[in-house]
Design a protein around this ligand. Sequence first.
Ligand code: PMP
Ligand code: GLN
Length: 410
Amino acid sequence: MSDFSPASGLAPWQRTAAGAGLLASDGTIAATIFAEMSALASRTGAINLGQGFPDEDGPVEVLEAARQAIADGVNQYPPGTGMPVLREAIAAHQRRWYGIELDPATEVLVTAGATEALAATLLAFVDTGDEVVTFEPYYDAYAAIIARAGGVHRTVPLRWSRELGAAWRPDHDELRAAVTDRTRVILVNSPHNPTGAVLDTETLSLIVELAERHDALIVTDEVYEHLTFGAAHTPIATLPGARPRTISISSAGKTFSTTGWKIGWVTAPAELVTAVLAVKQYLTYVNGAPFQPAIATGLGLPDAVFADAAAALSAKRDLLASGLAAAGFAVSLPEAGYFVIADAAPLGYSDGAALCRELPGLVGVVGVPVAAFVHPDRQSAYSSLVRFAFCKRREVLEEAAARLAGLSAG
Ligand code: PMP
Ligand code: GLN
């Protein structure tokens, strides 16, 4: 378990960049790892398994509904909390999949992707010096927003237990030690980026118990909720005691392969939604008018559409994971999501960040170093790990695997 406070003497924007490890000692700001690696892929023509976005469109009904909405003139500001048709579809989705009953008028808020939902939520509740607990590795935006809010980011490591079928899990004693009366928010991400972990019920229950004991909020990022390959996703809000203190965040980007549309949402008790809205309405106010009814259409599609998307992705996971293993990496098989983590140490590469910069030249593939999801002071445990995205067409993954096999040959 670790904690770190925002560096003093920095301007707020520098603190934001520093939070995500993007502020260099000479004062320059680096691009996010996703932007850097996508630029590297387009510059070199390498296969981009870095930034997580699919290279195929999702359900045609969703795409067609957006075209129709534009044609129908749904092109002006939607209501500040989102269009009623989408808020109702989100509430119906939570009832259908998880048995969660929500009032679409007061307990649902549409946001500009999960990113805005996270930013508005943390800015709404985290004050200077408040602690926010996340697992580590963590999605880069968490650290940046916590730092901007003036919060203190405490982390609990997820460890790759090779005995446990290579699942990533936290140590419960370390989790207990991280949450104190100073904790304002426990920020949970399950299914998890970058490890693909789906947190087990014991861990989720412990989070609820600790949040209750220390009167902390639970903020949960569930953007990969439908992309699970074994155990189904359990929203933490369904656990006993969780609901009154939980703000649940999700997004349409992953579920419907529409990452560029940036339609996300918050579901929570009305007073928490009101607090998030107070900030959200001065970030974007609103976004994506014609995409909102289109995502409502998507959320109403039959169960088989969701199951088929997960099954197709699961096959892609297996394809890339076996390619990476054949190429000589040690691979942790993800339980969900878009990404597989591969350890390059068996191939003789101890520095995953350096390897990622060289990989286009070596074999024409781009990945992302897991170190980008870890605080700069704690990189050693993760330094030889690389995250590869498998949300790509089969032939692209087959070609990437064939190219990566060249690493051991070289
Ligand atoms: N949280 C996690 C864990 C993510 O991986 C991502 C992006 N893929 C986001 C949030 C951001 O979601 P959105 O694109 O809807 O803002
Ligand atoms: N969530 C995507 C990923 O993890 C990246 C989104 C972004 O570029 N900010 O790869």
